[in-house]
Design a protein around this ligand. Structure first.
Ligand SMILES: Cc1cc2nc3c(=O)[nH]c(=O)nc-3n(C[C@H](O)[C@H](O)[C@H](O)COP(=O)(O)O)c2cc1C
Length: 329
């Protein structure tokens, strides 16, 4: 399928997630079948000031692409200038964050605060589109308190957004309640550009169901892929009418070994311990003995014993994991 001028292998993409969707997460998602991945949100102001912690978020690894870099900011000028820089960073498209409910993002007027000012949102979109040599998109929520997509989306499309991703919750909802898939269906029925549906896809089956029930062009998966990149391969298999392969502890161990190498290369051993522990916690979720394993792993401050624990834990053959139970929409 075609999206943002790119040929994608499947309609399943990995969500931008601050603190999560770094290079290792994205690479794993891509290998497991995500057709496209997104960076964590990157501050336009930070990029313009060359802040080291912002620049770190723009690093990527071979094998990740297609990669979309997501920017956030509240000033059309800054967002335009940041977009021009972002286009030089080896990515394939730019996305504008119009959905983040975090206070520190909203306070200066960025993220979901833009839903309260559709005119400014469109000005930002236009500035990014004008400055960018790459395709551009917007990731939105339904609105501050109710569905305002009919007012907002035409403005964004007119300003140059070539794809709209809808996390089908209001700002007020945060991450609570249920994502409103009916709203994705409504938007997809009239939106002149492709809509990526997002919210509460926690299984391969649910990913296919969102495609079928809403008519969206693609499905974005966030929390369901944290610690479970294989959700993408299950979605791809389900879409092809095939039974997905079970995820084995050995597969998780192999993924952890890869994460470890990547983490060491990206940030040295100290960084690797912190980093690999996070993935170990995720990958152990739902497996027998996980809470003891987590306690032991939490108390390990050196890489060698941590890895030994991992070896022992992830090689138990009886720890076969079935697909997560389907969530009713
Ligand atoms: C830890 C975390 C960090 C997130 N960071 C971002 C972000 O940087 N940019 C963004 O647009 N959305 C961000 N989101 C929202 C997700 O991209 C997604 O819209 C949301 O989690 C709903 O999808 P899901 O139900 O598949 O998780 C974040 C969500 C989580 C849980």
């Amino acid at each position: 399928m075609q999206l943002l001028g790119l040929t994608l292998q499947s309609p399943f993409v990995a969500a931008p997630m601050a603190g999560v969707s770094g290079p290792a997460f994205r690479l794993m998602a891509r290998r497991a079948g995500a057709a496209m991945v997104y960076s964590e949100m990157v501050s336009a102001a930070g990029l313009l000031r060359h802040q080291p912690q912002t620049l770190r978020l723009t690093r990527s690894l071979p094998g990740e692409r297609p990669l979309v870099l997501q920017l956030f900011g509240a000033s059309p000028r800054q967002m335009g200038e940041a977009a021009a820089i972002a286009c030089t960073l080896g990515v394939d498209a730019l996305d504008v964050n119009m959905g983040c409910p975090a206070k520190k993002v909203r306070r200066p007027g960025a993220g979901s605060a833009l839903l309260e000012d559709p005119i400014l949102a469109a000005e930002i979109m236009a500035a990014v589109a004008e400055a960018s040599s790459l395709p551009v998109s917007a990731k939105i929520r339904l609105g501050p308190k109710s569905d305002i997509t009919e007012e907002l989306v035409p403005r964004l499309v007119k300003a140059g957004a070539q794809v709209i991703t809808l996390h089908a919750r209001t700002t007020r909802q945060g991450f609570g309640g249920r994502a409103d898939w009916e709203a994705i269906k409504r938007l997809a029925s009239w939106c002149p550009v492709p809509v990526i549906g997002n919210g509460d896809v926690t299984s391969g089956r649910a990913a296919v169901r969102m495609l079928e029930e809403t008519g969206c062009a693609a499905v974005m998966i966030g929390r369901g892929a944290m610690g479970d990149p294989w959700i993408f391969s299950r979605a791809v298999a389900r879409l092809a009418g095939q039974e997905p392969q079970p995820v084995t502890p050995a597969m998780k161990r192999r993924a952890l070994a890869e994460h470890l190498e990547l983490a060491k290369n990206l940030g040295g051993e100290g960084h690797a311990i912190h980093f690999i522990r996070q993935f170990m916690m995720w990958y152990s979720r739902g497996l027998p003995g996980a809470s003891l394993f987590r306690r032991q792993a939490g108390a390990c401050h050196e890489l060698a014993p941590l890895w030994e624990l991992c070896d022992q834990f992830f090689l138990e053959p009886e720890q076969m994991e079935p697909e997560q139970p389907e969530q009713a929409a």
